[in-house]
Design a protein around this ligand. Structure first.
Ligand SMILES: Nc1nc2c(ncn2[C@@H]2O[C@H](COP(=O)(O)OP(=O)(O)OP(=O)(O)O)[C@@H](O)[C@H]2O)c(=O)[nH]1
Ligand SMILES: [Mg+2]
Length: 419
C-alpha cells in the first residue's frame, strides 16, 4: 500500500490506515444515464468528474515551440520532473497512470484533472504532446524522427525500448514509493500506444519488483484500453493492430484490464463540438474509474464496499467491467442492477458468464432511506437477483447515502474472459 518503506525487500504489508478511512462527507455526483450508458452532467455537487471540455486547442505556431525546445535538446523530457509527485484525490488506493500515444495521453490527462497527479504522457508525436494540457515535466517525447509512429506497432515498441532509461527515470521520479498500482492507458489501433504497451508494462513491473521490492509486482499493473469505433475500423492498419492487440490481451495479466468501447461512449456524446468530444469521452472513463476508488474509501452506516472488497475485484484478473445507472424508481432496482451489468462502457466481446468477483453498490438519498418503507427489502432483493444471475464466486455489496433523492447503482465485475 501507499507509503510503505521497504528498504530490506520484505513483502509489502498493507497499510491498515487506508482500510479505516476517516469519516468524510459523501459527495457522490449524480450520473445521468441514456440508454443504459452513463453520462455525467455538470452540477454544483459534481466533484471533479464533470465532462468539462478543454478549451479549443490553439493552432500551433512556431513560437509555441520556443519553451520546450531547450529541454527537448537536452534529452527529450520536456522539463525533467524533479521529485515525487503526490496525488490530490480522495480514494482508497494510490494509482499512477502512464498514457501511451495520443489516446493514452489524453486519458491520462483526464485522470490528472481528477487529482491523479502521478501521471505521465508518453508519445512519439511531438505536436500531440505539445498540445496536451498536462504538467510539462511529466511529458516524455520518444523522438523517432517523425511525428508519430504512423500506426506501425513495431516503431512504437522500438521507441519504448530505445528510451528505457528515460522512461524508468520518469517513473521513479513521478510515482515514488507511495503507489499501489500503475495504470497504462492507450488506444488500440495506433502504432505508438499499442506497440509500446508490452514494453512499458515490463518496465512498470520491473519498477515495482526491483525498485520498490514488491512481491506482487505482476498485480500492480492495470490496463485501460480504448477499443476503436466502427469508423476507425475501416482503416486496414487499425484493424490489423486491433487483431494483434486483442490476441495479446487474451493472455494479458493486468489487474484490472478495462476495455472501453468508444462506440458505446459515443452514444452519450451526441451534440458535442469537435473540441468537446474526446475530453468528454475520456472524462467518462476516468470519472467512472475514480468513482469506485472514491466510494471504497468512504465509510457507510449501512454496508461498506471497503478497500479490501475493491482490491478483491481489481485483483481477480482478466477483464473488468464497470457501470453506473440511475434507477427511475426503487421498484426496478433488480432490473437496474442487471441492466447496469450488461450495458457497461466495456467492449461487447466479453463472456458475461465468466464473472469471478462482483461488486454492487447502491447509493440512495438520505431522505429516501429515512422515509421509504420497504426499501431495505427491495435493495436486498436486488442484491439477491444479481447474485443468482451472475453465479460468480464472490460478491461484495455496498449501500451508501447522499443528499440526492434518487437511487444509483454501481457495478464492477472482474475475471471476465474475452470471446
Ligand atoms: N477513448 C479515446 N479513444 C481515442 C482517443 N484518441 C484516439 N482514440 C482511439 O485510439 C486509437 C489509436 O489512436 P492514437 O492514440 O492516436 O494512436 P497512437 O498510439 O498515438 O499511435 P500513432 O498515432 O500511430 O503513433 C484510434 O483508432 C481511436 O480509436 C481519445 O482521446 N480517447
Ligand atoms: Mg498518435
Amino acid at each position: 500500500m501507499g507509503g510503505n518503506e521497504n528498504t530490506n525487500m520484505e513483502p509489502v504489508v498493507p497499510n491498515n490506515d487506508i482500510l479505516k478511512p476517516e469519516v468524510v462527507p459523501v459527495l457522490i455526483s449524480e450520473p445521468v444515464v441514456e440508454e443504459g450508458i452513463i453520462k455525467e452532467i455538470a452540477s454544483d455537487k459534481q466533484p471533479l468528474v464533470v465532462s468539462e471540455p478543454d478549451k479549443p486547442e490553439k493552432e500551433l505556431g512556431l513560437d509555441d515551440f520556443d519553451i520546450p525546445e531547450l529541454s527537448l535538446e537536452n534529452g527529450t523530457v520536456f522539463e525533467k520532473s524533479t521529485g515525487t509527485v503526490e496525488n490530490s484525490y480522495q480514494g482508497a488506493l494510490q494509482f499512477g497512470i502512464i498514457g501511451l500515444g495520443q489516446c493514452g495521453s489524453r486519458i491520462a490527462a483526464s485522470f490528472e484533472k481528477l487529482g491523479y497527479k502521478k501521471s505521465l504522457a508518453i508519445n512519439t508525436a511531438r505536436q500531440d504532446l505539445h498540445a496536451l494540457k498536462f504538467p510539462e515535466g511529466q511529458k516524455l517525447l520518444l523522438d523517432i524522427g517523425m511525428d508519430g509512429a504512423g500506426k506501425d506497432m513495431l516503431k512504437g515498441a522500438e521507441a519504448a525500448k530505445a528510451y528505457k532509461l528515460e522512461i524508468m527515470n520518469l517513473i521513479e521520479n513521478t510515482f515514488g514509493e507511495n503507489i499501489d498500482k500503475i495504470i497504462i492507458s492507450f488506444g488500440i489501433g495506433g502504432g505508438t500506444g499499442s506497440g509500446a504497451y508490452a514494453v512499458v508494462k515490463e518496465y512498470v513491473k520491473e519498477y515495482f519488483r526491483n525498485v520498490l521490492g514488491r512481491e506482487d509486482a505482476d498485480k500492480c499493473v492495470c490496463t485501460i484500453v480504448a477499443y476503436p469505433s466502427k469508423e476507425d475500423l475501416h482503416d486496414k492498419a487499425t484493424r490489423d493492430n486491433v487483431v494483434t492487440i486483442m490476441e495479446q490481451l487474451k493472455t494479458d495479466n493486468s489487474y484490472p484490464l478495462l476495455i472501453v468501447d468508444n462506440d458505446k461512449i459515443k452514444h452519450c456524446a451526441k451534440g458535442l463540438t469537435v473540441s468537446e468530444f474526446w475530453p468528454f469521452v475520456n472524462n467518462q472513463i476516468a470519472g467512472l474509474f475514480h468513482r469506485f476508488n472514491l466510494i471504497s474509501s468512504l465509510p457507510s452506516q449501512y454496508e461498506s464496499f471497503d478497500t479490501r472488497d475493491y482490491l478483491n475485484v481489481l485483483n481477480a484478473g482478466a477483464v473488468t467491467i464497470m457501470g453506473v445507472l440511475k434507477a427511475d424508481n426503487s421498484d426496478d432496482l433488480s432490473l437496474a442492477l442487471k441492466n447496469n451489468l450488461y450495458n457497461t462502457l466495456l467492449s461487447t466481446n466479453v463472456e458475461f458468464s465468466s464473472i469471478k468477483v462482483l461488486g454492487c453498490i447502491i447509493v440512495g438519498g438520505k431522505n429516501m432511506f429515512a422515509t421509504e418503507g420497504g426499501l431495505a427489502d427491495k435493495i436486498n432483493k436486488a442484491f439477491g437477483t444479481i447474485s443468482t444471475i451472475t453465479k460468480c464466486d464472490m460478491i461484495h455489496n455496498g449501500i451508501y447515502e447522499d443528499s440526492r433523492e434518487c437511487i444509483r447503482v454501481y457495478t464492477i465485475a472482474s475475471g471476465l474472459q474475452l470471446k
